[in-house]
Ligand binder design. Structure first.
Ligand code: SF4
Ligand code: SF4
Length: 248
């Protein structure tokens, strides 16, 4: 879809604060846990068979990932820490207003703009009601976000890159070492709040030791599993799992 100019004026309906996982930086994850709320962890894996190594998609995602061992292969894992708002965000008050508006996560202040450079903002893919696209400031013009949004989007991408290694190391320390294959499925963990807080509090010291574990990848599509497995990647075959496997 080609964008010309998209106007947007949030009406504060709170619909975007319900039924979702909200990606957080490491620092935001700490704050979220300190407020007594839950943080989910989403793990995705990929290698250059998904996108060529010299493609923009591979380079962009590799910066958000940490390279780890799986069986006889090296693959990239992205760990996304996300506020659990699957029912609704715990900060939403009974008027459907954000109770931490001034301190809300970066991604909340970017929505409905897109953070991924490979996704074009399309109102049809957003939960906002139709009327909010008819007034307000221009947020996107010819696929470029407005300058203030661009600053936030750049900050979000930077935080993703800066946190990538530590997030994967935290997952290793908590035995969350099965990822789903990117663009095929998500492996979603719902770790105990206190255990995750303890791991996060150690993340500046001894926990940054990625590479001590052989990671596994969960793939349910037979053909894809054979293809990825044939490259030496260790496939998770356990009948019981400590994560939710969410097929895309
Ligand atoms: S932190 Fe605030 S803006 Fe973000 S999802 Fe929760 S209620 Fe909505
Ligand atoms: S769904 Fe859209 S209009 Fe409603 S609060 Fe969220 S960003 Fe604003």
């Amino acid at each position: 879809m080609e964008n010309t100019a998209l106007r947007f004026a949030c009406n504060g309906c709170g619909v975007c604060c319900k039924g979702r996982l909200i990606p957080l930086t490491l620092q935001e994850s700490r704050q979220w846990l300190q407020r007594g709320h839950d943080v989910a962890v989403i793990l995705e894996a990929f290698d250059e068979s998904l996108w060529p190594a010299d493609s923009e998609k591979f380079k962009h995602n590799a910066k958000r990932a940490s390279q780890i061992h799986s069986g006889n292969a090296k693959i990239n894992v992205i760990a996304i820490f996300a506020a659990n708002a699957l029912t609704q965000c715990p900060n939403l008050d009974d008027q459907d207003r954000c109770g931490i508006y001034e301190e809300r996560p970066l991604v909340c202040s970017i929505y409905p703009a897109e953070i991924s450079p490979f996704i074009t903002l399309d109102p049809a893919n957003k939960v906002c009601p139709p009327e909010v696209w008819e007034a307000g400031e221009i947020i996107v013009s010819d696929r470029e976000a407005n300058p203030s949004l661009q600053v936030k989007i750049a900050q979000s991408r930077d935080e993703d890159r800066l946190d990538a290694h530590a997030k994967v190391a935290i997952c290793e320390s908590m035995d969350m070492t099965v990822a789903a294959w990117k663009e095929n499925a998500l492996a979603v963990y719902l770790p105990d709040r206190q255990s995750l807080m303890t791991a996060l509090n150690h993340s500046d010291s001894e926990i940054r030791r990625v590479g001590h574990t052989s990671w596994r990848v969960r793939i349910e599509d037979h053909e894809l599993r054979e293809t990825v497995g044939s490259r030496g990647v260790q496939i998770d075959t356990a009948e019981l799992s400590s994560y939710i496997f969410h097929k895309l």
